[in-house]
Ligand binder design. Structure first.
Ligand code: ADP
Ligand code: ASP
Ligand code: MG
Length: 448
C-alpha cells in the first residue's frame, strides 16, 4: 500500500491512512509512504540555496515543514510516541543543517549530498506514519528503505539492483509480516552498494512500492493518491475526466511514460513480471473503487481509454543527403545518444531525415555537436507530447482520422504510431497543449 504526498499532507490525512491500513490489517499489508506534500520540493530548494552559499536561509526555509511534522505529532501521538518522534526530528534537523553546510563547502560530491538531503522527506514521514499507526493500535514497525532497496550510484535517479533488492526485502520483511507486524517504509529512497543514500527519481515512491510488491509476490500493489484512479485525462485540465475501471499494463505504461503523473513510469514493470494487479485509489475517498491495472484489460467498446501529455519537450530534426540509401546511418545517430546517456522518447523517420523528441536535455549541446559531424540538425524547443492510449487503436481504422480531424486547426510536428501499439503519439507546441487535450477529450468522452 503506497501513499503519496497528498495522502500524508496533514494530521487528518495521516489519520485516514492509518484507518485505510487498518482496513487491510488481515491481508498482511506493507506500507510505503512518500514525504509529506511539498517537502521534497522544499528540500531541493534548500539544497539550491546552500549551493549559492546561503546556508542559514536554507535551514530557515525548512522550519515551516519541520513544524508541519510536529503539528501532526501533537495532534495524533500520545506522550511517549511524541517524545520519541521529537528525538527523531531533532536528529534530522541537525543532520540536515550539517549536510547543507557541506553543500556550501562542496566537501562531498553535490549529487551525493543532494540525495542525502532530499531523503529526509521520506525518512521523517515514514517514521511519523509508523508512530501514528502504533497510536491507533496497529502493529506497525518502521523499516529503513535504505536497507531494503539496493541501487547503482546514479544519484537522483538510481536504478535498483533487482536480485539483491529482492533477497533483502524477503529476508527483512517476511519475518516481520509472519510475526503479524506491518512494515512501514519510505518510498523513493534507497542506498547504493557502498551504503550511500540514493533516490529513484521524482515520483519514485510508486516504484518502491512495486519493487516491494514484486519481491514479496504480493496479491496486489495499491497506489493511494488524491484522485480516484487513472482518469480519462488529467483532471487539472479536464475537470470532467472520469475514472477508468480497468486498464491493461501496456496501456498504463504508455500513459505513465507520456505524462500521466498518477503513476511513475517504472511502476508497471515489476508488476508485469509477476502479473501482480495494480490498484490506483483515492485516500480521500477510500470507499470508491478506483482503477485496476491488469495483464489485459477487459475489452470495452471504447476505442480510446485516456489521453496523456508531457510538456518541456525538445524536438531534433536530423537530416543528411548522404543518408539516402546508406546503411549504418541510424546506428551512427543512436550511438551518439547512447554515448551522452540521453533518452529518446518518440522517433519518426523518412527517407532522408529522422525526427525525435527528448525530455531531458542536460547533454543537448554535446549531442548536437556530435550529430552535426554527420548531419544537419534543427532544434525546436517548448514542445509537448500528446499520447492517446487505448488497445482499440490497434485494430480500428478511422481513429487516427477522428483524432486529427478534431484538432485539424493545430500544427502537428511529429506523429508516431506502430501497427501493434496501443497508443497514437504526436507533438504540438506547448502553448496549445491544453486546448488540444480538451478538444480530444470532448471528441472521445463527451457522448456519455
Ligand atoms: P501522489 O503524490 O499521490 O504520488 P501525484 O501528484 O504524483 O500524486 O499524482 C496524482 C495526480 O496526477 C493527480 O492529482 C492528477 O492531477 C494527475 N494526473 C495526471 N494525469 C492523470 C490521469 N490520467 N489520471 C489521474 N490523475 C492524473
Ligand atoms: N517525495 C518524492 C517526490 O516528491 C517521491 C514521491 O513522492 O513519490 O518526488
Ligand atoms: Mg506520484
Amino acid at each position: 500500500m503506497k501513499f503519496g504526498g497528498t495522502s500524508v499532507q496533514d494530521a487528518a490525512a495521516f489519520a485516514r491512512v492509518a484507518e485505510i491500513v487498518a482496513g487491510e490489517g488481515e491481508n498482511a499489508p506493507v506500507v510505503v509512504t512518500s514525504a509529506m506534500s511539498k517537502v521534497t520540493d522544499a528540500l531541493l530548494a534548500a539544497f539550491e540555496l546552500a549551493k549559492k552559499g546561503e546556508v542559514e536561509n536554507a535551514v530557515l526555509s525548512l522550519e515551516p515543514h519541520f513544524e508541519r511534522h510536529r503539528a501532526v505529532a501533537r495532534e495524533l501521538l500520545g506522550e511517549a510516541h511524541r517524545r520519541l518522534f521529537a528525538v527523531e526530528m531533532e536528529f534530522a534537523e541537525k543532520e540536515l543543517a550539517d549536510l547543507l553546510m557541506r553543500v556550501s563547502r562542496r566537501s562531498l560530491p553535490l549529487s551525493m549530498l543532494k540525495d542525502a538531503i532530499v531523503s529526509y522527506g521520506e525518512q521523517l514521514s515514514s517514521r511519523l506514519l509508523t508512530f501514528v499507526c502504533q497510536s491507533k493500535n496497529l502493529n506497525a514497525r518502521h523499516a529503513d528503505a535504505r536497507r531494503l532497496i539496493v541501487t547503482d550510484d546514479e544519484y537522483g535517479s538510481a536504478a535498483p539492483v533487482w536480485d539483491e533488492t529482492e533477497k533483502l526485502i524477503r529476508l527483512e520483511l517476511r519475518h516481520l509480516i509472519e510475526a503479524g507486524e506491518i512494515p512501514v517504509m519510505g518510498g523513493f529512497i534507497a542506498a547504493s552498494r557502498s551504503g550511500e543514500t540514493t533516490t529513484l527519481g521524482r515520483g519514485g515512491s510508486d516504484y518502491s512500492a512495486a519493487l516491494v510488491g514484486a519481491a514479496l509476490d504480493a496479491r496486489e500493489i495499491q497506489i493511494w493518491t488524491d484522485v480516484t484512479g487513472v482518469l480519462t485525462s488529467d483532471p487539472r485540465i479536464c475537470p470532467e475526466a472520469r475514472t477508468l475501471k480497468t486498464l491493461s499494463y501496456e496501456e498504463a505504461a504508455e500513459l505513465a511514460y507520456f505524462g500521466a503523473k498518477v503513476l511513475h513510469p517504472k511502476t508497471i514493470q515489476p508488476a508485469v513480471d509477476l502479473r501482480i494487479p495494480v490498484r490506483v485509489c483515492n485516500s480521500h475517498r477510500p470507499a470508491e473503487r478506483g482503477t485496476m491495472i491488469l495483464p489485459s484489460a477487459q475489452t470495452t467498446t471504447r476505442l480510446v481509454k485516456s489521453i496523456a501529455y508531457k510538456k518541456g519537450i525538445t524536438i531534433l530534426h536530423i537530416s543528411s543527403a548522404r543518408m539516402l540509401g546508406a546503411y549504418g546511418f541510424m546506428s551512427a545517430i543512436f550511438q551518439i545518444f547512447e554515448r551522452h546517456r540521453t533518452v529518446i522518447d518518440v522517433v519518426t523517420t523518412s527517407e532522408v531525415s529522422v525526427s525525435l523528441t527528448l525530455d531531458n536535455t542536460d547533454s543537448l549541446e554535446a549531442v548536437v555537436r556530435d550529430l552535426q559531424r554527420i548531419a544537419s540538425v534543427e532544434i525546436e524547443r517548448d514542445q509537448a507530447v500528446v499520447c492517446v492510449v487505448g488497445s482499440g487503436l490497434r485494430d480500428t481504422a478511422g481513429v487516427a482520422g477522428r483524432i486529427f480531424t478534431a484538432i485539424r486547426d493545430f500544427n502537428i510536428s511529429l506523429i508516431s504510431h506502430g501497427a501493434s501499439s496501443v497508443n497514437m503519439t504526436f507533438v504540438v507546441e506547448e502553448t496549445v497543449v491544453k486546448d488540444v487535450i480538451k478538444r480530444l477529450h470532448d471528441e472521445f468522452f463527451s457522448a456519455d
